[in-house]
Design a protein around this ligand. Structure first.
Ligand SMILES: [Zn+2]
Length: 213
């Protein structure tokens, strides 16, 4: 069975997820740890649970989702994967951090690129990659039909949707991604978002003010 653990890090209250299976292999999604204390917190969880980190996989590469990538790469020597179409966003990360007033060195280099249909979770065949652009050009979501959850990044939130005013964002593309990629999933699928509490596909279909009609 897959286990998913949520951590909330940095000034943007970003959700970082750790997924692990029975073999204790783990994947870190969107490591947002900004300072040493947050890095130590995540590393303690991995150590306490005797997990074996396999890769860092990002839903997208806005700064609040990548603050902790370098520290995790250094600690565990594991690769960092993103969707090809988010490469320009990652390249602009250092500049974006400066604009928001954060200390951030050079953006980490991706070690591999993810495309739709490919599985970046070697050994976790159950997790599918859905291409869900709009919040950023290379936003992807991760869906497990057996565990009945979706990691949606900043595509869909409890009662809201991702902002589309950042470079490469597009409102109509985002709405289309949600309706064609996410709202077709079983309604009891639990949605783990990049910010805020989790929700379900059913709840968002019924109550999300951006997605009525
Ligand atoms: Zn974002």
């Amino acid at each position: 069975m897959l286990h998913i653990e949520c951590f909330t890090f940095n000034a943007f209250q970003e959700n970082t997820y750790v997924i692990h299976n029975n073999a204790k292999d783990c994947w870190i999604i969107d490591p947002g740890m900004y300072d040493a204390a947050e890095v130590a917190h995540l590393k303690k969880y991995i150590a306490d649970n005797q997990l074996k980190p396999k890769a860092i996989i990002n839903t997208h590469t806005h700064i609040d989702h990548i603050f902790g990538v370098a520290a995790i790469k250094e600690a565990y020597n594991i690769p960092f994967g993103i969707h090809t179409k988010d490469a320009p966003v990652l390249n602009g990360a250092a500049g974006a951090a400066m604009l928001f007033g954060f200390t951030f060195g050079k953006a980490p280099e991706p070690d591999f690129f993810i495309t739709e249909g490919s599985s970046p979770f070697a050994g976790l065949e159950d997790v599918q990659v859905l291409f869900t652009p709009g919040h950023s050009p290379g936003s992807i979501s991760f869906y497990s039909p057996n565990a009945k959850w979706l990691v949606a990044g900043d595509v869909l939130f409890n009662g809201s949707i991702g902002r589309t005013d950042l470079p490469g964002g597009d409102f109509n593309t985002l709405i289309n991604s949600i309706k064609t990629q996410l709202f077709v999933l079983p309604e009891d699928t639990v949605v783990y978002s990049g910010h805020g509490p989790n929700t379900t596909i059913r709840n968002e279909k019924l109550y999300n003010p951006f997605l009525q009609g």
